[in-house]
Design a binder for this molecule. Structure first.
Ligand code: F6P
Length: 357
């Protein structure tokens, strides 16, 4: 009998179950005798031998279900090499569980940090295959991560809803979109929702330029302005600070988030009422959109084929609409950020969208 371990790690997203279903359905088809072991709450389950023997029926009816049937947890990569609260070596614990269960391979559904750990385990000699999860679409080496399109639909819907109320009241509205380090979600939801201003971490903004854009719109009779702001948007002044100085400033917590700081400054500079809306974790909630269901099914079944062929140490990715693979060591630790010169940014600017740069 062949035994495969599977876990979902890091922040959840809409298409984790659809992906696991893809892996499982194909594995049951490819092998005559196979057992799938599901680890609870990500790497924690692998460390502390917290697992379930999965049955084919566990993977039925979950294509459209959000969240993860296995549960997940954040286990930061930087803490992986530090002992746990009982002084035990976490990597050794994971290796022991893998060996004790006589696993042929471990399939890891996760984002950046999780794939770094997957690579670490692969370097430690375990057979590992990664699957690219995250609503941020910031995993290096894949054109698309599963979860991103579903989250984009939710963020876009939030902007759509705000549009009507902003227009009625003639207000400036800021919609804060998830993404601390990268702005893909804000950029694309902003374009899809017809935002007038988009502020992302990769393009530090000048608040005066944002205020000018708001005033310009008012001058030509447009009563409202929609601003899509990434959680990690940063002003030019803050971007010029050293890491230490920025941390010190953020620790003061003058505003609950960057959007509130922008709102306060904009009201001061424009005299126009400014409101903030934060859809927050709603963006990771609910079921996957049709695009993600297809992507997850494709990535998942390919992962199963890779298990069958023994193509270990790889991340399954999509490039130019082809499902393919890249070595985990190539993607580990690299972020796919928005290049300020990206054609999508240029196109947005041609639509008249201001980035505050
Ligand atoms: O990595 C996905 C993500 O949703 C980010 O966009 C967001 O900043 C972060 O997770 C939120 O994390 P948590 O669920 O731990 O609050």
């Amino acid at each position: 009998m062949v035994r495969i371990g599977m876990l979902t790690s890091g922040g959840d997203c809409q298409s984790l179950n659809a992906t696991m279903r893809g892996v499982a359905k194909a594995l049951y088809r490819l092998y005559d005798d196979i057992q799938i072991i599901g680890f609870e709450d990500g790497y924690k389950g692998l460390m502390y031998s917290d697992y379930r023997i999965m049955e084919p029926r566990d993977f039925s009816g979950i294509l459209t279900e959000g969240g993860t049937i296995l549960g997940t947890s954040r286990q930061p990569f930087k803490l992986m090499t530090e002992p746990d609260e009982n002084g035990l070596d976490k990597v050794e614990l994971m290796k022991q569980t893998y060996k004790k269960l006589k696993l042929e391979c471990l399939v890891v559904l996760g984002g950046n940090g999780s794939q770094k750990t997957a690579n670490l385990l692969s370097e430690e000699g375990l057979n590992v295959i990664g699957l690219p999860k995250t609503i941020d679409n910031d995993l290096w080496g894949t054109d698309m991560t599963f979860g991103f399109q579903s989250a984009m639909n939710i963020a876009t819907n939030a902007i759509d809803c705000i549009h009507t109320t902003a227009a009625s009241h003639g207000r400036v509205f800021i919609i804060e979109v998830m993404g601390h380090k990268v702005g893909w979600l804000t950029l694309q939801a902003g374009i899809a929702g017809g935002a007038d201003v988009i502020l992302i971490p990769e393009i530090p903004y000048d608040i005066k330029k944002v205020a000018e854009a708001v005033k310009r719109r008012n001058k030509v009779g447009k009563r409202f302005t929609i601003i899509a702001v990434a959680e990690g948007a940063i002003s030019k002044e803050d971007a010029a600070l050293s890491k230490k100085e920025l941390k010190k400033k953020q620790e003061k917590k003058t505003y609950p988030s960057v959007s509130y700081e922008i709102a306060a400054k904009l009201e001061e500079l424009t005299g126009i009422e400014t409101r903030v809306t934060i859809p927050g974790h709603m963006q990771r909630g609910g079921g996957p959109c049709a695009y993600d269901r297809v992507l997850s099914s494709r990535l998942g079944t390919r992962a199963a084929q890779m298990v069958y062929n023994g193509e270990y140490g790889n991340l399954v990715v999509i490039r130019n609409n082809e499902i393919t693979k890249i070595p985990l060591k190539e993607t580990a630790g690299k972020l796919k950020t928005v290049n300020p010169k990206d054609s999508m940014v240029e196109e947005a600017k041609l639509l008249g969208i201001t980035f505050g740069d």
